[in-house]
Write a protein that binds this ligand. Structure first.
Ligand SMILES: [Zn+2]
Ligand SMILES: [Zn+2]
Length: 665
């Protein structure tokens, strides 16, 4: 297994204060787990034990390799600590005291451990800035260096479970020792924990990689196409097409214009946008260096002259001295004609810069605004191969992208319209639970070595206030998260929950006050002055990859009719010629209305045909026997819902077309 190099940054005091009750329970449980491990292996040395998504971990250095077989034993010891209901007692100390207690092995231990100093705690101590208070937390015998916060008592941990072991480097740095990372989770009570594990099991059953393969939706061909570059098979392609159609119709009605841009751009594009040289470089594929026309010719000629010269020199023939001088002269001439120009091209990691150039392509006036440019653009991001997961983390992304250029006065209305679009989509897909995570900047990171945001304090304040006010006015469910904005402006990540209660981050919505300025984008205002527009980046349907991955789990592959890869299958109960003709005419009629219909006309048993169609999750089955044919009927059958009885053919077809058009759930 590859050791983990990802370790969350040290939490600020402000972030600690914002830890939720559940995070406090989980982090407290990490202390209890460490206590239990020490009861079993007293020489264990602990490093860091933060809460993480869905649980907690604690990194430990220990000769014994902890395996899941050890979990019951550790959990048994944890039970005793929780039953004892120890308080989490906070003790504020001086740095000198903390160093002394580390050296004696007391920190992250149950007792002093002569000859076994708390080396990782010493290292953690060094990360605490001068002036920040240093504190211990003590539960029972266990004393730990920790800034908190915790729950009041160990008894507040209602339910817990150890889940897995991984390895991790101390502080996430490969040069440091490798530690064992023990993961667990904890909840307020047993009921909540059971619901969580049940949900995980259901998620496994609905895993998009499993269903995607069974249904033939997509494939990842690592050998030929490359890892993280999914290929949509015809059935997945059908879903892609439907989503694009939905987006196009919705955006058209909302006054968007569609544009189309290439997949690559010159380095200058990303130097201007600010993604290069540094901010985004690691997420981009390495550049393609392209030398064009004259530069290439000259390089070839110079190389040839040099080769001839070297050959003559090797032969060491004085008679060639004149020729060598000629060649030297030629090389000097070629080089003197100027540098060799090459251009670096990058695969686009985002569509915005291309759209900005479209804005810049024509003179713009206030009458042109808001200008909404939309494109299902393909972006390429370099993700570490170890981090690629099915459709959820990929290297090529088809993004439901659009950029809205507007004035400050128009901002609230545009921003609200985008939010309304989200809500409309949620309704179509039956997404009932969602939250908008509003990420703002950190004023301490505008300048200096760890600068993360463009240095425009006024504009940050102004746009963040605007977004916050709009969110409050629209009564949308949102939370505010500091320090996670995009580098060019505040950002909203939309998190949704699938039907089984699993959380996904699907889409983002960003306000950009910096990049339009860097690109020199202007419009002529009423007063005839040039002004820079604001830009809203929005992608309500996220990327095809992530959104379809989500939908597969959400529907467990049982897509509503409008999205189903195979919408209708017409099944004959025999291969009788007249029957097949009647069935084929129905398929033809459906296809003429763009319905994805197939026929199964063989002479095998109808029950077998139905079973095959059910397994393929075909939404609607039309079963045809002689009596149906004579009456001009079809026997309607719905996937997972069984026989719906015989109905007039025309009525059934009309209903299928209406259900698709209305995108019925
Ligand atoms: Zn703690
Ligand atoms: Zn963008």
């Amino acid at each position: 297994m590859q050791a983990n190099t990802q370790t969350p940054e040290r939490k600020t005091l402000d972030e600690r204060n914002k830890m939720t009750e559940l995070e406090r329970i989980r982090h407290s449980c990490a202390h209890v787990m460490a206590t239990a491990i020490l009861r079993l292996w007293p020489d264990a040395q602990f490093a860091a034990g933060p809460p993480v998504e869905n649980g907690f971990y604690y990194d430990v250095d220990l000769k014994h390799r902890i395996t899941p077989e050890d979990f019951p034993k550790i959990e048994e010891e944890m039970k005793k600590e929780i039953k004892a209901n120890h308080t989490f007692e906070k003790i504020v100390v001086t740095r000198e005291q903390a160093i002394k207690d580390s050296e004696s092995g007391r920190l992250g231990g149950l007792t002093e451990r002569p000859g076994n100093p708390s080396k990782f705690k010493l290292g953690n101590l060094a990360d605490i800035p001068e002036g920040e208070p240093i504190s211990y937390y003590k539960n029972g015998d266990f004393l730990d260096l920790c800034a908190g916060p915790h729950v009041m008592r160990t008894g507040n941990i209602g339910a817990y479970k150890l889940t897995s072991v991984a390895s991790a480097y101390y502080k996430g740095d490969e040069r440091n020792p490798q530690l064992q990372r023990i993961y667990g989770t904890a909840f307020k009570n047993k009921t909540e924990m059971e619901a969580y594990f049940k949900m995980l099991e259901e998620a496994k059953r609905r895993d998009h990689r499993k269903i995607g393969q069974e249904m033939g939706l997509f494939t990842i061909d690592s050998d030929f196409t490359g890892p993280g570059l999914p290929l949509w098979l015809p059935k997945g392609g059908a879903i892609v097409e439907e989503l694009e159609k939905l987006a196009k119709e919705t955006e058209f009605a909302a006054g968007y214009f569609r544009v189309k841009t290439p997949h690559i751009a010159k380095e200058k594009m990303y130097l201007t946008s600010g993604h290069l040289p540094l901010l985004y470089k690691e997420s981009m594929f390495p550049p393609m260096s392209l030398m064009e026309g004259d530069s290439r010719d000259r390089i070839e000629r110079a190389a040839k002259a040099r080769e001839e010269k070297l050959q003559l020199q090797k032969e060491d023939n004085f008679a060639d001295a004149k020729r060598i001088a000629e060649l030297d002269e030629e090389i000097i001439q070629i080089v003197a004609r100027g540098g060799f120009l090459s251009d670096n091209y990058y695969l686009k990691a985002m569509n915005c810069p291309h759209h900005h150039r479209i804005f810049a392509a024509e003179p713009r006036s206030y009458r042109d605004l808001p200008l909404r440019l939309a494109e299902y653009g393909t972006c390429y991001r370099y993700e570490q191969s170890g981090e690629l997961i099915g459709l959820m983390r990929v290297r090529s992304l088809n993004m439901n992208d659009a950029h809205i250029y507007c004035t400050e006065d128009q901002f609230a209305e545009e921003f609200n319209a985008v939010n309304d679009m989200y809500l409309k989509y949620f309704k179509i897909f039956g997404i009932e639970k969602y939250v908008m995570r509003f990420s703002t900047h950190d004023p301490s990171r505008l300048t200096g070595d760890n600068a993360k945001f463009v240095n425009e304090p006024e504009l940050w304040k102004q746009t963040e206030d605007m977004v916050r006010q709009t969110l409050i006015n629209s009564k949308i469910n949102y939370i505010e998260v500091p320090n996670e904005a995009a580098f060019y402006g505040p950002k909203i990540d939309v998190q949704v929950w699938s039907v089984i209660g699993r959380e996904f981050t699907l889409a983002t919505n960003q306000v950009d006050f910096a990049v339009p300025k860097r690109f020199g984008l202007v419009y002529r205002d009423r007063d005839n002055t040039e002004k820079t527009p604001l830009c809203i980046h929005r992608a309500p349907l996220g990327t095809h990859e992530r959104f379809i991955g989500f939908l597969i789990e959400h529907y467990a592959g049982n897509f509503p009719l409008w999205l189903a890869p195979e919408q209708v299958r017409v099944l004959t109960i025999s291969d009788d010629e007249a029957l097949v003709k009647y069935a084929k005419a129905i398929v033809t009629e459906l296809r003429s209305h763009m319905v994805r219909a197939q026929g199964d006309y063989g002479n095998d048993k109808i029950n077998g045909k139905i079973q095959r169609a059910e397994e393929a999750k075909v939404h609607t089955m039309l079963v045809i026997g002689p009596r149906d044919m004579e009456a001009g009927n079809v026997s309607l059958r719905l996937h997972g819902k069984g026989n719906q009885g015989a109905k007039p053919k025309g009525e059934v077809i009309a209903d299928i077309l209406a259900a698709i058009k209305e995108r019925r759930p």
